[in-house]
Design a protein around this ligand. Structure first.
Ligand SMILES: *[C@@H]1O[C@H](CO)[C@@H](O)[C@H](O)[C@H]1NC(C)=O
Ligand SMILES: *[C@@H]1O[C@H](CO)[C@@H](O)[C@H](O)[C@H]1NC(C)=O
Ligand SMILES: *[C@@H]1O[C@H](CO)[C@@H](O)[C@H](O)[C@H]1NC(C)=O
Ligand SMILES: *[C@@H]1O[C@H](CO)[C@@H](O)[C@H](O)[C@H]1NC(C)=O
Length: 247
């Protein structure tokens, strides 16, 4: 698996760059060329936070044409994340789980250079798992995430580029600044979380046991799952690209 090696090589190279841990690396002109404020999106930039991705009022998504991730940050500590990904199952390669998620809340820039998110509780995700008993469902999505560090570089062609490193140091796909003004849904609770789900677009939710069990795990493991998802997604996209969109 060539691309697997490339992914781990890239991860290794990035992690071995060993960015110096300064007392204040929250914003410095060497590593972070601009502030986090704005909207950032990976790859083809089809996944973008804000209206046009998630519709919290009716708990639906407007599906982007390709997979990707997007993060928005405001200077007054609000964030929003949009993700649309496919994850391969190592033991069952034909079981490719598609997931699309939206979450927002407040974030903290820790003085050691990390970012910690505090979700509001109204996030949700839709999972499509062809091999599960319930193959398509929506559920609440409310995880606190730790990003060990972040860096903004200036690409001569593409402009500002945000690199986020997950709790274990593994990098997310680089994201380009699509706007300096954050493109976000209102930074307040946008749906009644206690209502739960009954039926969305004709399928009943949420009943899947596998994901329910997984959603019970603690932050670290939950974040790791996203790490795996991101890695696998990059790999998958490299190999089969758009073919998966038929899922
Ligand atoms: C959900 O809300 C969005 C935005 O208002 C709307 O475009 C979409 O048609 C709605 N979907 C359903 C299934 O009601
Ligand atoms: C992969 O598929 C197998 C068989 O369906 C399942 O038992 C296992 O939990 C799956 N692994 C992941 C990471 O989803
Ligand atoms: C969402 O997660 C946050 C942070 O862990 C927690 O404070 C909050 O109670 C959670 N909300 C819901 C509705 O589960
Ligand atoms: C920075 O501080 C946070 C919050 O205390 C902690 O969880 C994280 O592991 C620390 N990051 C690093 C890189 O040490």
């Amino acid at each position: 698996m060539h691309s697997m090696h490339i992914v781990s090589l890239v991860a290794f190279l990035l992690s071995s760059l060993s960015f110096p841990v300064l007392a204040q690396v929250v914003y410095d002109s060497i590593h972070n060329k601009t502030s986090l404020q704005g909207t950032w999106a990976s790859g083809s930039k089809h996944v973008v936070t804000g209206p046009g991705f998630a519709n919290p009022a009716n708990v639906t998504f407007t599906y982007p044409s390709t997979t990707g991730i997007s993060y928005s940050f405001t200077n007054d500590n609000f964030y929003e994340i949009a993700r649309y990904q496919f994850t391969a199952n190592g033991t069952q390669p034909s079981c490719i789980v598609g997931s699309i998620s939206w979450i927002h809340g407040t974030y903290e820039l820790v003085s050691n250079g990390s970012i910690v998110t505090h979700p509001m509780g109204d996030g949700f995700q839709q999972v499509q798992d062809p091999c599960a008993a319930t193959s398509n469902f929506v559920q609440n999505f409310n995880i606190t995430e730790l990003y060990q560090s972040w860096r903004i570089f200036q690409d001569p062609v593409d402009g500002y580029k945000l690199h986020l490193f997950q709790f274990d140091g593994s990098p997310l796909a680089p994201q380009f600044q699509v706007s300096t003004e954050p493109n976000m849904l209102p930074t307040q609770l946008l749906r009644n979380v206690s209502q739960g789900f009954t039926e969305q677009n004709g399928f009943v939710t949420p009943v899947n046991s596998r994901l329910r069990r997984r959603s019970g795990v603690k932050t670290g493991a939950a974040t790791r799952r996203w790490g795996d998802a991101a890695g696998a997604t990059m790999m998958l996209c490299a190999i089969i690209g758009g073919a998966l969109l038929a899922l």
